[in-house]
Design a protein around this ligand. Sequence first.
Ligand SMILES: [Zn+2]
Length: 139
Amino acid sequence: MIKELVHDEAVLSTPCEPATAEDAGLAQDLVDTLASIDDAVCLAANQIGVTKAVIAYQDDKGGVHVMYNPKILMALGGAKVEESCLTHEEPVRVTRFAKIKVSFDELVDGELKARRRDYMGWTAQMIQHMVDHCKGKLV
Ligand SMILES: [Zn+2]
């Protein structure tokens, strides 16, 4: 279901609770909402008002991915970049890493399975932005 974006800083700055397999409906709402917004490439659950650690992002081929409980394990090659956010007015300069190792859970047949994967470039940058949202960190 498509949800309204939340701009309330009290919600956006609340660190997200761990997500479980029961948050599958929330994950679907994230995917639906992301698809409904022109030019949006990633969305965290607290941006639609639910403080659970679930994110969705679109890769450069248009495929949509959901991560439950993403955590950055390792990051290499930090650089300052300018970044904008759907739920924040002004673009800001932040340090992002070119290569990251991420642990997350993926929903498979109704159960969360732990995954670990490396990401680079643009996808790595989006995931870092989303992980910040999950921590309640506003860019
Ligand atoms: Zn954002």
